[in-house]
Design a protein around this ligand. Structure first.
Ligand code: S3P
Length: 167
C-alpha cells in the first residue's frame, strides 16, 4: 500500500493529524522532524542555531530519501520539505501527497504555542515571516499535492475523516 504523505506550512497540523490518521488506519507513523531530532540528539532549533539551515536541509533530504522507501506508512514532513524538488519526487514514487492548509491567522495562533521549536518564525514579527514564507511556498505545495485539505476551523479528527474520504 502507498504511503500517505502530509505536506504543508508550519501549524497546519501535519504531526497531529498524521499520528491520528496512522492510528485510525493501523499504519506506522513517521514524523521527519522527530526522526531527525532523535538521530541527531538535538532539537530542530538547536540544529538550526548550531549548524545552520543548510545543514538542517541536508539532514532533512537524507531522512526523507530513507523514509520515502517505506510502504504503508503515514509520513509527516516539515514545512520546508517542498523546497527541494528531490524530496517531492521520491515521496511521490510510493506515496499519495496531501497538502494541509490553514489561514495565516490560524497558522500564527497555532505556531505561537510552540514558537521555540520553529526557528524560522523566531523573529520580532512572526506574522510577517509567515506571510513571506507562505508567498514563497504556496505554489510549491500546490504543485506537489494530490489532494488539498483546509484545516482552518477543524479538529484533527475531522481532518482525518476528510483524508480518509478523499483517498
Ligand atoms: C520548517 C518547518 C518545521 C521544521 C523546521 C523548518 C519550515 O516543521 O522542519 O523548523 O521550513 O517550514 P513543521 O512544519 O513541522 O513546524
Amino acid at each position: 500500500m502507498k504511503n500517505i504523505v502530509l505536506i504543508g506550512f508550519m501549524g497546519t497540523g501535519k504531526t497531529c493529524t498524521g499520528r491520528l490518521l496512522a492510528q485510525r488506519l493501523r499504519r506506522v507513523f513517521v514524523d521527519i522532524d522527530k526522526k531527525i531530532e532523535l538521530e541527531q540528539g538535538m532539537t530542530i532549533s538547536e540544529i538550526f542555531h548550531t549548524y545552520g539551515e543548510a545543514y538542517f536541509r541536508q539532514r532533512e533530504r537524507a531522512t526523507i530519501a530513507k523514509v520515502a522507501r517505506y510502504t504503508n506508512t503515514v509520513i509527516a514532513t516539515g514545512g520546508g520539505a517542498v523546497l527541494n524538488p528531490d524530496n517531492i519526487i521520491c515521496l511521490k514514487q510510493q506515496g499519495v501527497v496531501i497538502w494541509l492548509t490553514a489561514s495565516p491567522d490560524v497558522i500564527f495562533e497555532r505556531t505561537s504555542r510552540r514558537r521555540g521549536s520553529r526557528p524560522l518564525l523566531d523573529r520580532p514579527n512572526p506574522r510577517d515571516a509567515i506571510a513571506e514564507l507562505l508567498a514563497e511556498r504556496r505554489r510549491l505545495y500546490q504543485a506537489a499535492a494530490d489532494f488539498t485539505i483546509d484545516t482552518t476551523a477543524k479538529k484533527p479528527w475531522q481532518v482525518v475523516d476528510e483524508i480518509i474520504d478523499v483517498l
